[in-house]
Design a protein around this ligand. Structure first.
Ligand SMILES: Nc1nc2c(c(=O)[nH]1)N[C@H]1C(S)=C(S)[C@@H](COP(=O)(O)O)O[C@H]1N2
Ligand SMILES: [Mo]
Length: 348
């Protein structure tokens, strides 16, 4: 496989992204001073192959399968004409934070060594998947809803495809055609992608071409070999600072960050500026959304020049708190431990 090959069409400047395998990781300092949403120009990209350029005028979405009373086909204009819904939701790669299995826990996990920047929150608009399934008369026997992308086949595994349980498909999944108020960009799934709130990014199939509803469980490489049993991702937190940031001594600083959880709202964030010896509660501001993230800040006036380790630890509404160590995962998914963020304090 080619490495550090640019597989996307949008600019991925080194000031905003780190290229990792066939993807582009957002630099968290790029969120500093931004609003609630991740601007599209800095939203991470994860491609199994490369971004296809699809013509919306000839594109069609096929909805079919034994779990439906009748099959249907939709053009782009058909979808635009249907009642729409708008949601603010995170998309996060299951491998986000994978490199910390190695750097913090001494056990490298195979796969793209993402830091914390394989996550973003956008405002998505589209048609609820439920409406398409109801329009085709979804049957009580429906078990799985298999979404398939139109990007090139991945190695020998075929097209990227992954089933969703029918319950989730009928709940809050969006067939999205808009991101942050604009048509979906090519890299993020133009003309249409799924947005599966709270679930690992792989569920949110880009360049959607086909939806099949099955009455028995279906197995694909994307729910057996890759991302097996990965649905909701654990609580995580990140500072809006460069890795190894240089900060001035002797001045009051405001450290900003965001925390999120696949299980529900984040209700509390604590920050340590002394490597975990003491913790204090961060202040929240702005939105507090269930499938997105919570922005927060703390004040800090470092006096001692030299290396410091910043940590943020969030708790969600289910009571789940970030542990100091993440349980091992052989594919490096779901790293949810507190991340040790190094900074260098210098005399101004
Ligand atoms: N068709 C298709 N859908 C896909 C992928 C892909 O390679 N092809 N990558 C998945 C993965 S692993 C993730 S994390 C998200 C990333 O979405 P983004 O590139 O818009 O950030 O898309 C998912 N949907
Ligand atoms: Mo992913």
């Amino acid at each position: 496989m080619a490495h550090s090959l640019v597989t996307m069409v949008k600019p991925v400047p080194a000031s905003l992204f780190v290229l990792r395998d066939s993807g582009a990781e957002m630099r968290w300092e790029g969120m500093a001073g931004q609003g609630y949403h991740t601007p599209t120009d800095r939203f991470f990209v994860r491609n199994h192959t490369y971004t296809p350029i699809i013509d919306a005028a000839t594109w069609r979405l096929r909805v079919h399968g034994e779990g439906l009373r009748q099959a249907a086909g939709y053009s782009y204009d058909d979808l635009l004409a249907m009642p729409s819904r708008t949601i603010d939701a995170a998309i996060e790669c299951a491998g986000n934070g994978r490199r910390f299995y190695e750097t913090q826990q001494g056990e490298p996990a195979p796969g793209t060594p993402w830091g914390l920047g394989a996550v973003g929150v956008a405002r998505w608009r589209g048609v609820p998947l439920r409406d398409l399934l109801k329009a085709s008369g979804i049957r009580r026997e429906a078990v799985d809803v298999l979404a398939q992308g139109l990007d090139a086949p991945f190695e020998h595994y075929g097209r990227v495809r992954r089933p969703l349980p029918a319950d989730k498909a009928m709940d809050d999944v969006l067939v999205a055609y808009e991101m942050n108020g604009e048509p979906l960009p090519h890299d993020h799934g133009f003309p249409v992608r799924l947005v599966v709130p709270g679930w690992a990014g792989i569920a949110s199939i880009k360049w959607l071409g086909d939806i099949e509803v099955l009455t028995r469980p279906i197995f694909t490489p994307w729910n057996t070999e890759f991302y097996r049993d990965v649905t909701e991702l654990p609580v995580k937190s990140a500072f809006e600072l460069p890795w190894d940031a240089t900060l001035p001594a002797g001045l009051p600083l405001v450290l900003h960050g965001r925390s999120w959880s696949g299980h529900g709202r984040v209700v509390r964030v604590e920050v340590s500026v002394d490597g975990g010896a003491t913790w204090r509660t961060a202040e929240h501001h702005g939105h507090h959304l269930v499938r997105a993230w919570l922005p927060w800040h703390v004040e800090w006036a470092p006096n001692r020049p030299g290396r410091h380790v910043l940590m943020a630890r969030a708790t969600d509404e289910t009571g789940a708190t970030q542990p100091m160590e993440a349980p091992w995962h052989p594919q490096g998914y779901g790293f949810g431990a507190v991340v040790r963020h190094p900074v260098q304090v210098v005399l101004g």
